[in-house]
Design a protein. Structure first.
Length: 100
C-alpha cells in the first residue's frame, strides 16, 4: 500500500476513533450528524479553496454537489452491505431467533 493510501486510512481510522469516543457522551445519531456536518463544511471549504475565483467556485458547485452526494451514497451502500453481511461479528446479536 502506498504511503499516501496508508496515511488516508490512518486518518479515516482516527476520525472513527474520535467519533467512537464522542459516542460515549452523545447518541450515535448526533455523532453521525456531526461527522456529516463536518465533512460537508470541510468539502465546501476544499472546493472553494481550490477554485480559481468565486465565479468558478459557483460554476463548479452544482456538479460537485452531485459528485459528493453520489460518492457518499456509494460509500454508505458499501458499508451497509458490509454490516449486513458481518453483523454478528461487528455488532453482536443477543436474539437467539435472529437470522444468521
Amino acid at each position: 500500500m502506498a504511503d499516501t493510501e496508508e496515511a488516508f486510512w490512518a486518518l479515516v481510522e482516527s476520525f472513527i476513533e474520535q467519533a467512537n469516543q464522542a459516542s460515549d457522551a452523545m447518541p450515535l445519531t448526533q455523532v453521525g450528524g456531526a461527522l456529516m456536518c463536518a465533512a460537508s463544511r470541510f468539502n465546501a471549504y476544499a472546493l472553494a479553496a481550490s477554485s480559481l475565483d468565486r465565479a468558478s467556485f459557483k460554476e463548479d458547485s452544482e456538479q460537485s454537489l452531485h459528485d459528493y452526494a453520489a460518492q457518499f451514497k456509494r460509500l454508505l451502500a458499501e458499508d451497509l452491505a458490509d454490516y449486513g453481511e458481518h453483523y454478528k461479528v461487528l455488532i453482536g446479536n443477543t436474539d437467539p431467533d435472529a437470522d444468521a
